[in-house]
Design a protein around this ligand. Sequence first.
Ligand SMILES: [Zn+2]
Length: 155
Amino acid sequence: MAEMRRVTAICNGTAIDHIPSGHALQLLKMLRLDVGRSNPISLVMNVPSGKMGRKDVLKIEDRELNQEELDRLALIAPKASVAIIRNYAVAEKRRIDLGEELVNIARCSFSNCITQNPNEPLPHRLRVISAEPLEIRCAYCGRGQDVDEVADYIL
Ligand SMILES: [Zn+2]
């Protein structure tokens, strides 16, 4: 618990803990919180963690992430713990669920995939082949996706 105090307590919002070290910015990108006018965000990187060695912690004020948003995070931080904060206290804990298929979360990174054809609108479906290590493949063309680049292909 002491390590959480490094980040300013927030009144209302979402706290994401146990993010793999160095990935908090990628997470913000996946949540589309890195551009434009956004809620106040506290970000702490490379916090020593007993469980993980080093970790990142993210707190987003005045915003409760929903399950669809949380499931996006499974691509980068499947073991992160999420707490919904209300009035400075943990009101709810939420789980990040990777599931078996990611529908309309990220697109296939291959330009000649059928999903890139604007005349043929299809849902974007990426299959989870394995969770550890993370391996995902396009449900249409079957090509493996580069997990490190997936944040660039978020819809
Ligand atoms: Zn594809």
